[in-house]
Design a protein around this ligand. Structure first.
Ligand SMILES: C[S@@+](CC[C@H](N)C(=O)[O-])C[C@H]1O[C@@H](n2cnc3c(N)ncnc32)[C@H](O)[C@@H]1O
Length: 242
């Protein structure tokens, strides 16, 4: 892992464990999201789609797509003439996503893949997004380099992620929310201790918004900007490809 990622990769569980954990909670992931964010996660993804600047008929790739909500929001923006592809390395998440896509009549091509090693040619998409995915990946430089590589010049790379507020009173709120409320509610709804003990740990080791912007720039993404949402516990970063 590049030193610029800011924390040691040794603190990460093996990718196989991360994959198994997401597989275990795939069927309850959406409910968890809704409970823990009071339904606000849909709005954050819509802002992510705006940051992707995707127009009707455009093409987008969503990585770490999970149950597909970011990809579906992109598909709505791209319209019937657009193309949206989504990649995840958990087959159970992909199965949930395909089921939801079928029910909603939204055309997204869900594929198995690793975000740090994408199968697509350079410049294949108008934009590439990731939502609540990169904090699970030890090599941030690799994932952002790949996201940049598959976007055409002039296109956008977007990252939506939980972040650590640096200012009071948000810092105190964050401590209570992620260290106490999230694991307790997570355990209750997901019935999976490991997954929701993992969540605060994954957020704690993740770089704050400024440092994440630096990692994205280091991966070759230009004009990186970010916006803090929800009392500074969510960061929306975006940049362009030259
Ligand atoms: C917290 S979920 C986020 C799902 C979705 N993007 C959202 O906005 O709700 C994280 C997802 O990232 C996937 N993931 C983690 N590491 C990955 C990797 N290296 N390549 C592809 N998918 C990965 C997991 O399987 C999981 O489905």
């Amino acid at each position: 892992m590049k030193a610029s990622s800011g924390f040691p990769s040794s603190s990460f569980p093996e990718p196989a464990r991360v994959r198994a954990m997401f597989g275990d909670i795939a069927g309850r992931y959406d409910l968890m999201n809704t409970v823990m964010t009071a339904g606000m996660h849909h709005r954050w993804r819509r802002l992510g789609v705006e940051a992707a600047a995707l127009t009707t008929g455009g093409s987008a790739l969503d990585v770490c797509s999970g149950t597909g909500d970011f990809a579906f929001a992109l598909a709505r923006a791209a319209g019937p003439l657009g193309t949206v592809t989504a990649v995840d390395f958990s087959r159970r998440m992909l199965a949930e996503a395909r089921r939801k896509g079928g029910r909603a009549g939204l055309n997204v091509d869900f594929r198995w893949g690793d975000a740090t090693s994408l199968e697509f040619d350079d410049g294949s998409f108008d934009s590439c997004t990731v939502g609540f995915g990169v904090r699970n990946i030890p090599d941030l430089h690799a994932v952002f380099s790949e996201m940049r590589r598959v976007v055409r010049p002039g296109g956008r790379v977007v990252c939506l992620e939980i972040t650590r507020p640096t200012r009071t009173p948000f810092r105190q709120f964050y401590g209570v929310w992620f260290d106490r409320v999230v694991p307790a509610v997570g355990r209750m709804v997901s019935r999976n201790d490991a997954a929701y003990g993992y969540l605060p740990a994954s957020v704690r080791r993740f770089p704050p918004a400024d440092a994440l912007a630096a990692v994205m720039k280091d991966a070759g993404i230009a004009d990186v900007t970010y916006k803090l949402l929800a009392g500074s516990i969510i960061a929306l970063h975006w940049g362009s490809v030259r």
